[in-house]
Write a protein of this length. Structure first.
Length: 277
């Protein structure tokens, strides 16, 4: 049987409809990326909207995907009246976002996360009875929790400053690594493996390729974050446009900045040692 969002979201709707006082409606949006949404009511009150993507799709690798989150946020905001909450989900991970504090960046408004214990690795997993039962239980628990938040019997808490950023960064890097790992040349992997001092290997499996992909992305992310911190402190630093400049130019520029950082750290240490002497 062919599995798509239409089928799965219809099932989620039925799980919610079976709860006393709850009602869900399915909305399909044929945009650049097709999305299947739910609008969820308790009584006559719209309590949240929810957007779903399968984890087997590029857009569904993480429910923290920036485009998916912003799309879900805008759709919730355009409701009249807009609900306090919206949800993004790839079923493996479901995130509840709270729009109460509009001074917070949208990507820092996550307040509650549900993880599927029986992780979905391929579309056939959606047909597993135990997976379906767990999805039903988790989705029913989520909407019941949202109702309690509205009633005031439960309270939502935003994450500490920076935690949402780290979670989002890790999710996007994991998503990118799952794609990049398939294109790592053996020669590159062999050299990197040797440089890390790992036990020598002749053949490399999928987890080995994922290891170098994640490592490379985290190193790049570290350099990019450092660059943006520097630009905030020193606006005169040349702006890098990743859409216009080649990878070699970017590597050279970021490498130069890191070199200058190391030189600055060394000078500072020498100065401190001199004062102590």
């Amino acid at each position: 049987m062919s599995i798509d969002e239409r089928t799965i979201v219809a099932d989620v709707k039925s799980y919610i409809d079976s709860l006393d006082g709850f009602r869900a409606e399915v909305e399909e949006h044929a945009e650049k990326i097709k999305r299947m949404d739910l609008t969820i009511y308790y009584g006559r009150r719209l309590i949240c909207t929810a957007e779903f993507k399968r984890p087997t799709t590029i857009e569904g690798k993480t429910p923290r995907n920036f485009d998916v989150v912003m799309d879900a946020f805008l759709k919730a905001s355009n409701k009249n009246p807009p609900p306090r909450f919206f949800v993004t989900s790839n079923f493996n991970e479901t995130i509840l976002w709270d729009n109460s504090d509009t001074t917070k960046p949208v990507m820092a408004r996550d307040v509650y996360t549900i993880y599927l214990e029986r992780k979905i690795n391929n579309d056939e997993d959606f047909e597993d009875d135990e997976v379906r039962e767990e999805i039903k239980r988790k989705m029913q628990g989520l909407v019941s929790y949202i109702k309690e938040l509205y009633e005031g019997t439960k309270k939502a808490h935003y994450k500490p400053l920076g935690e949402s950023f780290i979670l989002g960064l890790n999710a996007h890097l994991e998503s990118a690594a799952s794609v990049i790992k398939r294109h790592v040349p053996d020669k590159v992997l062999q050299k990197w493996w040797k440089d890390q001092g790992y036990v020598p290997k002749v053949t490399f499996d999928d987890s080995d390729r994922e290891k170098i992909a994640k490592y490379s992305l985290y190193v790049l992310a570290n350099k990019v974050v450092f660059y943006y911190v520097l630009r905030r402190m020193f606006p005169a630093i040349r702006k890098i446009d990743a859409n216009k400049e080649g990878i070699d130019d970017l590597k050279a520029e970021l490498g130069f900045m890191l070199q200058r950082r190391e030189e600055g750290v060394r000078r500072l240490r020498n100065r401190i040692r001199g004062k102590r002497g």
